[in-house]
Design a protein around this ligand. Structure first.
Ligand SMILES: C[S@@+](CC[C@H](N)C(=O)[O-])C[C@H]1O[C@@H](n2cnc3c(N)ncnc32)[C@H](O)[C@@H]1O
Length: 430
């Protein structure tokens, strides 16, 4: 899968009259897709930039845009034989929306076609109508004959995952097709929300599409959204009441909240001032306490040492594609070595902040070995591995590597909705 519409030969130089209008949900979905695919902006940022509207319309637009992004390679392969030349970007996005609605979202054909025709400038209405009618009749068969897992995965990621995980690359690609469930971390003592399933590692899981803001447990400040795999690094640090714990690279604060809820005295360090605001808001909503510091975790000097440190390092986030289907369109192969080079000094500095015998957990939400296994293998000499034990990760015993690290993948617990891809390594000072 290559990022679309970058070939200048395919650009249509003519200016066209503006689109005629169309249904607000599809119009919002088109704005989201243009932001991600044409301007390479994050989907979350594009959602925030939408004009105010009914939350249900936004959620529906998000659902359509996410479906297109998850299956973009397949949808384009179905559309390709029906197009004689590359249409302008907004027409291409409207066709993708229509194809996703017809082939993936079970929208009735007349509604899918008519609403996408209304999205495009008049000169393209006939083209969109004809192409989508053809997709409605022939698309299901065409889709079935494609190698969708491969088409929907960028080539560089497929190659890297095949090298690391062998044939499981297909299962990973399949897991990326499904909308992720809503995973919640609960404050200790909070009852399991109605309709939730308790996963063996303690996460409460609700069906995909559940809106967190409508849950009483959220309004009461007793829960926060956190993928089951994302909850593991803090769980494995096992902070105890009263311990001095540093959470380096802390925002938006899911792991800070876990550590604070465990009763530790937490210092949360984050470089980005805007993300610090979110971290503070999240802690305030949950009624949890942590000392929040704006600083660079490669140089931060608190003048003290910690019993335990969590380093959730910035990374390519390729493990989060179930929840963030825009990741393949925002990341490039060169991002991985660049980020991997930033992770080493973070780990080295974190090690220098540990009290004798202190514990350190290093984590990245990446499926790339350079940002996981290679980082742990090159850990500074002052850290000795503290292997993760099977009883600490019920149901995920097979995800423990021979070295004692934990490697989660989106295809694990596939029947229950999968989990993000994380790498987690634990060390002790000395
Ligand atoms: C993977 S996210 C952390 C997620 C967070 N731990 C959580 O559970 O909600 C990485 C964070 O590190 C921050 N960051 C990146 N480089 C940093 C640095 N040198 N010092 C401190 N924070 C940094 C980013 O702004 C980002 O918020």
């Amino acid at each position: 899968m290559t990022p679309p519409n970058r070939n200048p030969r395919h650009r249509t130089p003519r200016q066209h009259p503006p689109a005629r209008g169309g249904n607000p949900t599809r119009r919002a979905a088109l704005a989201l897709l243009s932001a991600v695919l044409d301007r390479h902006r994050p989907l979350e940022e594009a959602l925030d930039a939408l004009p105010p509207s009914d939350p249900r319309d936004r959620a529906a637009a998000h659902r359509i845009a996410a479906a297109v992004l998850r299956r973009l390679g397949s949808l384009d392969a179905v559309l390709e034989p029906l197009l004689r030349r590359e249409p302008p970007p907004e027409v291409r996005q409207a066709l993708r929306i229509g194809a996703a609605e017809l082939l993936l979202l079970a929208t009735p054909p007349h509604a899918a076609v008519a609403s996408c025709v209304d999205l495009v400038p008049r000169p393209f209405a006939g083209l969109v109508n004809a192409v989508l009618r053809k997709v409605a009749t022939d698309g299901p068969q065409a889709l079935e004959e494609l190698d969708g897992e491969r088409l929907d995965t960028p080539g560089w990621l497929w190659t890297a995952w095949h090298k690391s995980y062998g044939p499981a690359v297909r299962a990973i690609a399949r897991a990326h097709r499904q909308p992720a469930p809503l995973d919640l971390s609960l404050k200790p003592g909070t009852a399991l929300p109605e309709g939730a399933v308790l996963l063996p590692t303690g996460t409460a899981r609700l069906p995909a599409g559940t809106r967190i803001t409508e849950l009483p447990v959220f309004a009461e400040g007793n829960a926060w959204a956190q993928d089951a795999a994302a909850a593991l690094p803090a769980r494995l640090l096992a902070a105890r009441p009263g311990e001095a714990v540093a959470d380096l690279c802390a925002a938006p604060g899911g792991k800070t909240a876990q550590l604070a809820a465990a009763g530790a005295r937490v210092v949360a360090v984050e470089r980005d001032p805007l993300r610090i605001l979110r971290l503070r808001e999240n802690l305030a909503r949950l009624g949890l306490d942590a000392s929040v510091v704006q600083g660079d975790a490669t140089t931060w000097d608190p003048g003290t040492r910690f019993d335990a440190i969590l380093l959730d390092a910035p990374c390519s986030a390729t493990g989060t594609m179930r929840r963030h289907p825009d990741v393949p369109f925002l990341k490039r192969p060169t991002d991985v070595p660049t980020l991997a080079r930033l992770q080493q000094p973070l780990l080295a500095h974190a090690a220098s902040l540990l009290a004798p015998g202190g514990r350190l957990v290093f984590a990245t939400c990446s499926l790339q070995a350079e940002e996981g296994e290679a980082q742990a293998a090159a850990a500074p000499a002052g850290l000795r591995p503290d292997p993760i034990r099977p009883e600490e990760v019920p149901g995920l015993e097979a995800a423990i590597t021979p070295e004692g690290w934990l490697r989660t993948r989106p295809d694990l617990w596939a029947e229950q909705g999968g989990m993000d891809g994380f790498f987690i390594a634990r060390f002790r000072a000395g």
